[in-house]
Design a protein around this ligand. Structure first.
Ligand SMILES: NC(=O)c1ccc[n+]([C@@H]2O[C@H](COP(=O)([O-])OP(=O)(O)OC[C@H]3O[C@@H](n4cnc5c(N)ncnc54)[C@H](O)[C@@H]3O)[C@@H](O)[C@H]2O)c1
Length: 406
């Protein structure tokens, strides 16, 4: 029986880990204690599990009391390092949500703590477990495309999903490291994994054009806003029962407001970014993220020495209203074109969350695609975002080796 301690009882922690571990893995795993800076939210989360899990007011006390084998970290991004290092120094393994961390200094603390304690950190990159990305990984591993010379990679968040990052803690760089770390860490990890390579040099530009125009602000938050009936970004925090319980009903505890105005002066992150990356084996990549697109999805193109592959994924709200299409086309110099439709999988994040959790909890003997991600993978993906942040600020190309010394 694996004994877990748990930190961060927001929606990700509660629905991707706490509830499933309590309900589907009781034969081999047990959450022995939870901690969140907001005890009221921890209580609401534990209530949702239907189990009697001790709630602690101090993280270190929790570790001393339950002596866990591993700690699951799902608190906000900028706090991951704090709990990861304390857990490693206590002698525990760690399972941390992405992004592993938000700054080079924090990454090096984690890396050094892991080394000195001989314990293991797993970074949970659920995208690696999505069936369409597994299919792309298999395609690349097969060698059909030859060596990959370049990748064009565009990721689109619609005005519902994208706006959600401008209402909460993510909108401040000090909390999330910007979308280039919070969000793009998924995309950069996929790239590193697809290419089986590591980034060498990064150059980036970014801007914010849609969110954060304070002259449009009518209220601090959506709840009670006079523009409720006219604002395209209005979000009703009371409409969803679990959001209401975890967040709205806990506001009087620590003052975490989840429906802040997307036109606030507090926002200091970009909503539009463009990044160039050169990889160690020579692949060059152009990546962009748009957080205000009419539809949600991604387009990824691989130009290989033997063939070209184009992947298109559409999903979510906006003009595509929930429909999902994942299409892969392979173009050969002979003129032959191979079209593959990759079916949608049900479940949270296309079934990837439960698949990844199963691998983490039950362990895997055989991992042919290399889906388990470690500290290095966490650092190399967040590292591209960190380098991009420096590049935007200082107007220069940034070598990964300048900021991550491993
Ligand atoms: N892999 C994915 O698909 C995915 C999806 C969503 C979120 N995430 C990640 O999961 C984590 C949680 O995201 P979320 O959406 O649940 O956020 P959230 O805001 O809903 O929850 C975060 C929790 O952290 C707590 N917290 C804040 N500061 C803390 C501190 N100093 N110490 C302890 N707890 C603290 C908050 O009280 C809250 O309960 C983030 O790292 C995020 O990047 C991953």
């Amino acid at each position: 029986m694996i004994k877990f301690a748990f930190v961060g009882t927001g929606s990700r922690g509660t629905f991707a880990y706490l509830k499933p571990i309590c309900n589907e893995y009781s034969d081999c795993a047990k959450i022995c204690g939870v901690y969140d800076i907001d005890r009221k939210r921890a209580e609401a989360a534990v209530e949702m599990t239907g189990k009697d899990i001790p709630i602690y007011d101090d993280f270190d006390e929790m570790l001393k009391d339950i002596k866990p084998d591993a700690v699951i970290v799902t608190s906000i991004d900028c706090t991951h390092d704090e709990y990861i290092v304390r857990a490693l120094d206590f002698g525990c393994d760690v399972i941390s949500e992405k992004p592993l961390t938000t700054t080079p200094e924090k990454f090096m603390r984690i890396y050094n703590a892991e080394k000195r304690n001989g314990k293991k950190v797993t970074t949970t990159f659920n995208c690696r477990y999505m069936n369409h990305f597994e299919r792309i990984k298999e395609l690349l591993m097969s060698g059909v495309l030859g060596d990959i010379c370049s990748v064009h990679y565009e990721w689109l968040l619609d005005r519902d999903h994208g706006a959600s990052y401008f209402r909460r803690w993510h909108r401040e760089r000090k909390n999330s490291g910007s979308l280039l770390i919070h969000k793009s860490t998924h995309h950069f990890d996929l790239l590193n994994w697809f290419l089986d390579d590591e980034p060498e040099i990064v150059n980036a530009f970014g801007t914010r054009r849609v969110y954060g125009d304070a002259s449009r602000k009518k209220n601090e938050r959506c709840f009670g806003c006079p523009a409720k009936d006219t604002c395209e970004y209005y979000y009703d925090i009371t409409a969803n029962e679990s959001d209401k319980k975890l967040y709205f009903d806990c506001e009087d505890s620590k003052g975490y407001i989840r429906d802040k105005c997307v036109f606030s002066e507090e926002i200091d992150i970009e909503d539009t970014v463009s990044v160039s990356i050169k990889y160690k084996k020579g692949t060059v990549v152009s990546y962009s993220l748009t957080a205000h697109s009419p539809y949600e999805g991604a387009k990824i193109v691989f130009n290989g020495t033997k063939a070209r592959a184009e992947f298109k994924m559409l999903h979510g709200g906006g003009m595509y209203g929930g429909s999902v299409a994942n299409e892969l086309e392979i173009f050969y110099p002979s003129g032959e074109v191979q079209k593959i439709t990759i079916p949608k999988k049900d479940g949270s994040h296309g079934g990837s969350d439960s698949k990844m959790l199963n691998d983490i909890i039950r362990g895997v003997e055989y991992d042919p695609l290399g889906q388990a991600a470690d500290t290095r993978a966490g650092g190399m993906s967040a590292g591209i975002g960190m380098a991009a942040n420096i590049s935007m600020k200082e107007g220069r190309s940034v070598k990964i080796s300048e900021i991550i010394d491993i």
